[in-house]
Design a protein around this ligand. Sequence first.
Ligand code: AHM
Ligand code: MG
Length: 333
Amino acid sequence: MKRISLTQYLVEEQRLHNSIPAELRLLIEVVARACKTISHAVSKGALGEVLGSAGSENVQGEVQKKLDVLSNEILLEANEWGGHLAAMASEEMETIHPIPNRYPKGEYMLLFDPLDGSSNIDVNVSIGTIFSVLKAPEGMKEPSEKDFLQPGVKQVAAGYAVYGPQTVLVLTTGDGVNCFTLDREMGSWVLTQRDMQIPAETKEYAINASNARHWYPPVKRYIDELQSGDTGPRGKNFNMRWIASMVADVHRILNRGGVFMYPADAREPDKPGKLRLMYEANPMAFIVEQAGGAATNGKQRILDIQPQKLHERVAVFLGSKSEVERVTGYHNQ
Ligand code: AHM
Ligand code: MG
């Protein structure tokens, strides 16, 4: 097999489609390098003294793990000095992180969830990193939070890494979705899946069913129908998977189809779900749509939502198109 590295892929994409200018290529390579460093730290586990709580809370009041904090630092440090960015924002930081004045500034803005699936860190289950790239608004001088508040359709790139049995990086720059596998001996990312496509039909769904008693009627109805199997209205049996790492659940769906849901529910009626629009829902929605799937908040396309604040939460339904359309239809009836 002829091996194509991430760098070669990015250079050739630019040559073919003029879609990855040098600065964006640098950005993606720097993020990929940071993911390699995070992957290394993750794989050391107890030996690297990276497990357990950091003894702090993030802006959403969630307890931070050591690896949440470490991964955030790795991404910040890797991306500060290259001259490709104007600012960064992270799920783990309350305010945005402008590039310090001692470094040159670029035209891109990077957002990330440095370590997704934090509850799985200490039990050796797949976790990951999610990132999203926006362009700084024309004429922006000092970056502020409002410069980041762009709908997901404005993303120029998005991706995620999964630190699992294999470490993979899944990337879109708006021209399909490709997967790279980390070759640990060589230290390089190798293209292993081109143009990933989510099967339109599926028999698999993912939801945290322990919240069932709090679900709103459209979600209840949809899940009831799936669970009634071949004797119910869907006329077929469905299987369920819930990894509690969005990266791993989405990666399964990209490979063999399925639908992933984290709905809003009646526990906290003012809270629109658990997941964050800017760091989780938007990049995943971009990737899923680029792979032929769909992503909504139950009512509208996620990528069309105008964010109101940086750490905004959103309900998420994504994956195989026909299923996402069905459950969205139940909400809109
Ligand atoms: P995190 O970014 O703090 O790790 O939280 C997001 C994670 C998702 O990866 C996953 O889908 C979800 O939270 C799991 O939630 P739950 O604990 O309700 O199963
Ligand atoms: Mg997360």
